[in-house]
Design a protein around this ligand. Structure first.
Ligand code: FE2
Length: 503
């Protein structure tokens, strides 16, 4: 089914409606057979508030972070939702008006209201992850916020016992006392080690690298200077390497500082030029950094990374031939430019020869949009044969993603389940046992029905096993995590979150 731009824009408008109620532990009615093997918590984050004081955010990444919690056990589902109480959110709640600039939205009132206003809102809206007894709401431009996993109450901004304290001085530290911590931390499924990064603009531009052990202790951050400004959303982690794809980007700092444009309006990504691939050793000092020339385009997400037996690095990623201008989504849908649909593909990187080769993952992968890639939790650097994501049928011209996708990277076989006009959310894998692939959870926005459903699919064939309608419609969100109940142990010194809930 092809869709008109009018259809798509109408549904997107429906799916970006502010959430107006916060519910606690609401029981959902389940239709179908919810497998008993699904026992744990599905957390997901995304923008939940799209206007403040009558002013609407102009970019889909600007809405205030809103986290959902689905507690699934013995065939039942209970639902809790909360906004993340960042300090900016609380200040705007108190005054009822927009007080901070966002990534793609300036304050109304013109130049004078935006001039030199450099304290941007931490939207805390991109992901929510569980690590070492902490539930973290993440946004790549700032520090995370820690949430209570039982109630989703915002506990504090998380600085990892001072590990995220800015080591810089002057205006840099005054503007950002804490370092940025990206929304795509990588957690090694074997060791429990968390690897993450943050980009610090300045002279030089810096890539901050973070390692947090399974005990929750953050090592002193590493710094790696970049030779130019860039924009990175995700990384690849293997046993040996940390891999970053750095597009050729320019940021007009003067225009952004003066408030002449929004931050996103000051950003230009030259997707016609090759990305730089930066390889850094995972263990500090174990190898020299390598710079390789990558393909042109832009990458938000890395699906997986591993080292092959010839010392090369294999990277599966979602590449755009052209940066999607989401602040001009009407133009994007009415006349989608070539290259704006995301494609899953493979890079073969040879650190010794400093070569990068682009490989196809099959004709189906070449012809289908694919985004929000997900794979089974495993040790870092262990190849995953199956990748899941969201996508679209090949005839769809604009990046309007309504299918759950499954790609076998060995055979190139791609299967999908399409939901017509309905917008699907990131498929969250609940691993099965005994070699079973498990299940996928997706929050699906039902077009023209003002409702959102939890849809549970069997991972191996994408058949729908069960659905449960949420008490209210949820905007399409970004990323989340699955936490098996057995992993929801309290952090040292913290009350048991499940006990706290029962009280
Ligand atoms: Fe992302």
């Amino acid at each position: 089914m092809d869709l008109s731009a009018t259809d798509m824009l109408r549904v997107l408008s429906e799916a970006t409606t502010t959430v107006t109620e916060e519910l606690t532990d609401a029981a959902l009615t389940v239709h179908g057979e919810l497998p008993a093997g699904i026992d744990g918590l599905y957390f997901r984050n995304g923008p939940g508030r799209f206007e403040r004081g009558g002013q609407r955010y102009r970019h889909p990444f600007d809405g205030d972070g809103h986290v959902t919690r689905l507690d699934i056990a013995a065939g039942t589902v209970r639902y809790t939702n909360r906004f993340v109480r960042t300090k900016e959110y609380l200040a705007e709640e108190r005054t009822g008006r927009m007080r901070y600039r966002s990534f793609g939205t300036n304050l109304s009132g013109g130049l004078l209201r935006n001039l030199l206003r450099l304290n941007f809102k931490n939207a805390a809206n991109t992901s929510v992850r569980w690590h070492a007894g902490r539930l973290l709401a993440l946004w790549e431009g700032g520090a995370p916020y820690r949430l209570d996993p039982a109630t989703l109450a915002t506990l504090s901004q998380e600085d990892f016992d001072g590990g995220l304290a800015s080591p810089f001085s002057g205006i840099s530290r005054w503007l950002a006392p804490l370092l940025p911590f990206s929304a795509h931390p990588y957690i090694d499924g074997e060791t429990g080690e968390l690897t993450n990064f943050g980009l610090v603009s300045g002279s030089p531009n810096l890539l901050m690298l973070y390692r947090i052990g399974p005990d929750g202790h953050m090592d002193e951050p590493r710094q790696h200077p970049l030779n130019r400004f860039s924009f990175v959303h995700d990384l690849g982690v293997t046993r040996r390497w940390l891999c970053f794809l750095l597009p050729q980007a320019d940021f007009d700092m003067a225009r952004a500082m003066l408030g002449l444009t929004t931050a996103v309006g000051s950003l230009h990504i030259a997707t016609e030029r090759p990305m730089q691939v930066l390889l850094l050793p995972r263990q500090p000092g174990s190898a020299a950094p390598r710079w390789l020339t990558g393909p042109p385009g832009f990458v938000f997400h890395v699906a997986q990374a591993f080292d092959d037996d010839q010392g090369r690095l294999v990277l599966d990623l979602v590449r755009y031939g052209r940066y999607p201008e989401l602040d001009a989504i009407e133009d994007l849908f009415r006349d989608p430019p070539a290259g704006v649909a995301p494609r899953l593909e493979r890079l073969l990187l040879d650190p010794a020869g400093e070569r990068c080769e682009r490989l196809s993952l099959g004709a189906d992968a070449d012809n289908h949009a694919f985004e929000l890639p997900v794979s089974a939790p495993a040790a870092a650097g262990v190849p995953r044969r199956i990748l899941y994501g969201i996508g679209a049928l090949p005839e769809r011209r604009a990046p309007y993603l309504t299918s759950i996708m499954r790609l076998d990277t060995e055979t190139g076989a791609l299967s999908s389940r399409d939901f017509g006009l309905d917008l699907v959310g990131e498929p969250m894998l609940v691993p099965g046992t005994g070699g079973d692939e498990g299940w996928l959870l997706s929050l699906v926005f039902r077009a023209h029905q003002d409702r959102t459903e939890l849809v549970v699919l069997r991972a191996r064939d994408l058949s729908v096993q069960a659905t449960a309608t949420l008490p209210h419609a949820l905007p399409v969100g970004f990323h989340g995590c699955w936490v098996p109940r057995s992993e929801l142990a309290p952090a040292a010194g913290s009350p048991d979150p499940l006990d706290a809930m029962e009280r």
